[in-house]
Design a protein around this ligand. Structure first.
Ligand code: ZN
Length: 200
C-alpha cells in the first residue's frame, strides 16, 4: 500500500497496528483520531505511557503488574490471605477483579504448560506457587485456568505438586465453556464459576 502520510505518521500507524484487536485499517483510523485530538488525547496518552514505562513493575509475590511492588492486591489488608487464586495471565486476574469474584490473593503463572509450544514448568511461576502454598496461613488454592487442554493439563500438573501441601485444591465449575478463555467471559458467568468451584 502506498503511503499517504509522512514517515512519522506512518510509524505511528504501524505501531498502533501491532496492538491486539487493531488491524491496519483501524490503526489508520486510530492514528487519525489521535492526530485530530492532539492536545486533548495524544499528548496526555504519550505522557501516561512515559510514566507507565518507568513505573510499571511485576509484583515479586504474585506476578501482577502494578506501579508498586508488592502490588496493590498483595498489600490490601482487607483480602483473605488464606486463599490463593491461580491464573495464567494478568488479563485473567484483571477479569476476576472486574467480576469482584475473588477476595483472596492471586498467583500469576505467566502462561500455561504447552508441550507443542515448548512451554514447560520451568517457564512458569510454579516453584513460587508451591512455596506460597506451603505457607501456614494458606488453606485453599483455586485453579482459575482456562477450560482448554493446556489449561487443564496445567491444573493437573499443579494439583499433583500440591499433594504435600496442607491445602484444598479447587477449580472453577459451571459456566466456563469448554475451550473458553476467562478473559472473554462476562462478569456474571465468571463470578458464578468462582462461587461454584469444585474440589480438584
Ligand atoms: Zn502482588
Amino acid at each position: 500500500m502506498a503511503s499517504v502520510a509522512g514517515p512519522e505518521i506512518e510509524r505511528l500507524i504501524q505501531l498502533l497496528a501491532r496492538l491486539p484487536g487493531l488491524g491496519p485499517r483501524s490503526a489508520r483510523r486510530a492514528a487519525l483520531h489521535l492526530i485530530k485530538k492532539r492536545e486533548a488525547l495524544m499528548a496526555p496518552l504519550a505522557a501516561a505511557m512515559q510514566v507507565a514505562i518507568s513505573k510499571i513493575q511485576v509484583c515479586k509475590t504474585c506476578g501482577n503488574i502494578d506501579s508498586q511492588n508488592p502490588c496493590t492486591v498483595c498489600t490490601d489488608a482487607r483480602r483473605d490471605p488464606s486463599i490463593i487464586t491461580v491464573v495464567a495471565d494478568v488479563s485473567d486476574l484483571w477479569a476476576l477483579e472486574r467480576a469482584h469474584a475473588v477476595n483472596g490473593l492471586y498467583h500469576v503463572l505467566g502462561g500455561t504448560l504447552s508441550p507443542l509450544d515448548g512451554v514447560g514448568p520451568q517457564d512458569l511461576a510454579i516453584d513460587s506457587l508451591v512455596s506460597r502454598a506451603h505457607q501456614p496461613q494458606v488453606t485453599e488454592v483455586i485453579l482459575a485456568l482456562n477450560a482448554t487442554v493446556d489449561g487443564q493439563t496445567t491444573a493437573h500438573y499443579i494439583t499433583d505438586l500440591l499433594q504435600d501441601a496442607d491445602v484444598k485444591v479447587t477449580r472453577l465449575a459451571h459456566g466456563v465453556p469448554v475451550g473458553g478463555e476467562l478473559d472473554y467471559l462476562d462478569e456474571g458467568t465468571l463470578a458464578a464459576a468462582m462461587r461454584q468451584r469444585t474440589l480438584f
